[in-house]
Design a protein around this ligand. Structure first.
Ligand SMILES: *Cc1c(COP(=O)(O)O)cnc(C)c1O
Length: 243
């Protein structure tokens, strides 16, 4: 098991490196986040021993269950699943960044809790660039006004934009939803919103990491290619689906 994870991780790092070379980018511009939903602590630990420094979880329950082990190792944790407001307080115990900020009410409630705790939080704005009903995220045309709105919350450090691209067997079908996130960032820059600069793009998963890097990704989120298939009936993008 350990050998498999080490070699998978190495393979993913090589894919990132090659994709960067192909698009003339420096590999240091692309961070690797391991998506660890359904992966037990023991397996995550193997990846950490092999050099992983950043993981993302989709569910509060899993954050809580794995916390005793994870808090002892030096690992940065992000939340990448759909976040319900009643879970905010719990999720904030475990993560330094929420990548799935996708509605004003959530921003407001996060701000409220963060003020209570007298702390700040890094956030990515999730945009639904694939226009799929099943996915969360802002509509692309809402992004600029959303950023203008949430800028008033000093507790939220807007770090970038996140999307889950359209997954398909054909490259031509996957590319537009990745490119769109970059275009949205350009649009935000062009709007000249005070203090909003250097937004990172969190996009690219096991299937589309090369395409995402070609489109400017700064953070790929990889699960399957490192840990293997999750054997789930359906994808867990969010907290709403029952355990
Ligand atoms: C599961 C997940 C990933 C990783 O997907 P893989 O296809 O397993 O690499 C990335 N981002 C989010 C939000 C996820 O839920």
């Amino acid at each position: 098991m350990k050998e498999m994870i080490i070699s998978n991780l190495k393979e993913v790092q090589d894919r990132i490196k090659n994709a960067c070379e192909l698009s003339g980018r420096n590999a240091s511009e692309v961070q690797l986040l391991l998506a660890t939903k359904t992966v037990p602590f023991e397996k995550i630990k193997m990846a950490i021993d092999a050099g992983a420094t950043l993981i993302g979880e989709n569910k509060m329950q899993e954050l809580r269950d794995k916390d005793p082990g994870l808090k002892k190792v030096n690992i940065e944790r992000h939340f990448i699943g759909h976040l319900q407001t009643n879970k905010i307080k719990d999720v904030l115990k475990y993560v330094s960044c929420i990548q799935s900020l996708d509605r004003l009410h959530l921003a407001q409630e996060l701000d409220r809790q963060l003020q209570k705790e007298n702390r700040n939080l890094d956030v990515f704005i999730q945009v639904n660039t694939s226009f799929e009903e099943s996915k969360f995220g802002l509509r692309p045309d809402e992004a600029v006004s959303f950023i203008r709105e949430i800028k008033k919350y000093d507790t939220l450090n807007i770090k970038g934009l996140m999307t889950i691209g359209l997954l398909d067997v054909e490259k031509e079908k996957m590319q537009p939803s990745l490119r769109l996130l970059r275009l949205i960032r350009d649009e935000i820059y062009a709007a000249g919103i005070d203090n909003v600069k250097e937004l990172k793009l969190s996009m690219g998963m096991s299937q589309d990491l090369e395409l995402a890097i070609a489109e400017g990704s700064n953070m790929v989120r990889i699960g399957t290619s490192v840990f293997g298939n999750r054997f789930l009936g359906k994808e867990i993008w969010n907290e709403n689906i029952a355990e």
